[in-house]
Design a protein around this ligand. Structure first.
Ligand SMILES: Nc1nc2c(ncn2[C@@H]2O[C@H](COP(=O)(O)OP(=O)(O)OP(=O)(O)O)[C@@H](O)[C@H]2O)c(=O)[nH]1
Ligand SMILES: [Mg+2]
Length: 421
């Protein structure tokens, strides 16, 4: 798990102290809980983007104006390629090309929580001249944060050192990235070391990336977020909603599988394959909330929810009422027991709260009824397992709102149960 310090350490030392100064303005207790947020952030680009999408609204309503992040560097290092990795709208796509000087004007686009600006090559040699450099420097002067990009294969040349000095003199927070790292092999560390030496920074202060392959892009994004408490607050606020979405997805998958398993009517509701499926769901939910628990512990937790008994009682009541075939009833109950158990697990890991038996009973009954009605309407005869899974999956994606809690909006991450890790 990354933490705050992991992202701060990427910054050149001047920027580190700048950022520490900004962060020291945040009250101590809030700072700690915000810094904690970093431990839960996803490191892959797609999940991170999903989280940022949720945070954007929070950010825009709270902080209004988006910060500007400019990508500055020599021609042909891959600035436009990186720009394209950040943009939200395909219409904003920048032209990319193998010939230096592809970009001749600044181009700004929405990158979610910040605006991203692509600039022409700023090395003022060869194909691009002083004018392009002026454009790039104007963008740098206007930006709140700079991504200074160099090429791993070309290295850092003398002309580029001048550019680096000029960037330093702006006294803005910046990040040094070494792009096209995919083209290096065994020499990767040596290439980074050499670039660091030429720039006079430590190798850890250079972030190796491949804009082409998207590698390291999420680290750049996180570093930008870490540089600004406002963005971190927005991510922290979006986090509960994001986790609920992920958890709900795993609940939907597990419940659909339970329904398919239960097509072969089960003698008791905690039949072994069902339990194995539920254990794996609880483990997934625990992981989403950053708990590492054992399968044994998950089994114990499932036991304490007491859903087995609720399920058996429901089964007896509904089969006494008659008129429902065994497979229908058992699938409906397996679905609702698994979904309700997932919900209970979510509440447990999110808030450290145990949902009351009354509430679990009421939820189970309601969800079983809804599921039964849907299954009756969908199937005259016993369907294939696959068809059953699909039907339940659709039903639960639609009914997420019925079970899943209202998205939290609190500033501080909730208190955690004590059994951390
Ligand atoms: N192998 C590799 N090639 C890359 C990477 N990033 C960009 N390129 C290639 O490098 C060339 C230049 O990319 P651009 O994104 O146009 O570079 P730029 O810095 O915007 O160039 P100018 O606009 O000319 O200043 C293109 O052929 C890209 O496909 C990378 O991470 N790895
Ligand atoms: Mg370009």
């Amino acid at each position: 798990m990354p933490d705050f310090a992991d992202f701060i350490k990427y910054f050149p030392s001047a920027t580190q102290s700048l950022i520490n100064r900004i962060w020291s303005a945040v009250p101590e207790n809030e700072r700690r809980s915000l810094e904690d947020t970093f431990k839960g952030l996803p490191l892959d680009k797609n999940p991170l983007n999903a989280l940022i999408d949720l945070a954007v609204i929070q950010f825009k309503t709270t902080f209004g104006k988006a910060r500007k992040v400019a990508i500055i560097g020599p021609a042909n290092v891959g600035k436009s390629t990186l720009f394209n990795q950040f943009i939200r709208s395909k219409n904003d796509k920048a032209l990319v090309g193998p010939i230096p000087g592809t970009t001749r004007l600044n181009q700004e686009a929405d990158a979610g929580m910040f605006a991203i600006i692509d600039t022409p090559g700023a090395d003022a040699v060869g194909y691009v001249g002083q004018q392009e450099r002026d454009y790039a420097m104007a963008a740098a002067a206007e930006a709140d944060f700079l991504i200074l990009m160099f090429d791993a294969i070309q290295g850092v040349k003398q002309t580029e050192l001048d550019l680096y000095e000029e960037i330093l003199s702006l006294k803005k927070p910046f990040l040094i990235v070494l792009n096209k790292i995919d083209l290096t092999r065994k020499d990767r560390d040596a290439v980074i070391r050499k670039a660091a030496e030429n720039l006079g920074v430590r190798p850890q202060e250079i972030l190796p990336v491949s804009a082409l392959k998207g590698e390291g892009v999420s680290s750049i994004m996180m570093a930008i977020v870490a540089s600004d408490p406002g963005m971190t607050v927005s991510l922290a606020r979006a986090m509960p909603q994001y986790r609920q979405k992920l958890a709900w997805r795993s609940i939907t998958a597990a419940s659909s599988l339970s329904a398919a398993i239960a097509l072969t009517p089960l003698p008791v509701i905690d039949f072994v394959p069902l339990l194995a499926n539920q254990v794996s769901m609880v483990l997934t939910i625990a992981r989403i909330y950053q708990y590492r628990i054992t399968a044994e512990r998950a089994k114990e937790l499932i036991g304490t929810f007491g859903l087995g008994l609720i399920g058996r009682t429901l089964f007896q009541q509904l089969s006494k009422a008659g008129g429902v075939s065994g497979w229908l009833l058992s699938s409906a109950i397996a679905t609702s027991m698994t979904a309700v158990m997932g919900y209970a697990a979510m509440q447990w890991f999110e808030k450290g709260e145990k949902v009351s038996q009354e509430k679990l009973k009421a939820l189970s009954k309601k969800l079983t009824e809804t599921t039964l009605a849907r299954l009756k309407a969908s199937f005259r005869r016993k369907p294939s397992k696959k068809k059953m899974e699909e039907t339940i999956s659709t039903l639960l994606s639609q009914s997420a709102g019925d079970l899943s809690p209202v998205p939290g909006n609190q500033m501080k991450p909730p208190e955690r149960p004590t059994e951390q890790n």
